[in-house]
Design a protein around this ligand. Structure first.
Ligand SMILES: [Zn+2]
Length: 99
């Protein structure tokens, strides 16, 4: 990272803090919305390793698909629950320009 880029990032952080969506910490990479601690706290499902997993059972008969999976469990007490709306909003903004 060049000195100019570092100065620019520092000024942006001062006026528009880049905080973790899960815990509010400012110790996270610029390219991430979650800190390492929150990333490790995400409840991984490992459904991609299971044939006939719960996601495939839910979708069977509703849509055509070859494989279906969910990377995380969606629970009320997980970091993912609190941040999912924000992350979906960011994806929609980047993908479709919807804010
Ligand atoms: Zn965090």
């Amino acid at each position: 990272m060049s000195a100019l880029t570092l100065i620019k990032e520092s000024l942006l952080q001062l006026f528009y803090p880049h905080l973790c969506a899960g815990c509010g910490s400012d110790a996270l990479p610029v390219s991430s919305h979650l800190c390492v601690k929150c990333m490790h706290a995400l409840p991984l499902s490992s459904f991609e390793k299971q044939a006939d997993n719960p996601v495939e059972k839910i979708l069977t008969g509703r849509i055509e698909f070859e494989k279906a999976t969910a990377q995380f469990y969606f629970t009320k007490h997980s970091v993912f629950y609190n941040t999912s709306c924000m992350l979906l909003n960011i994806k929609a903004t980047k993908t479709w320009g919807i804010s």
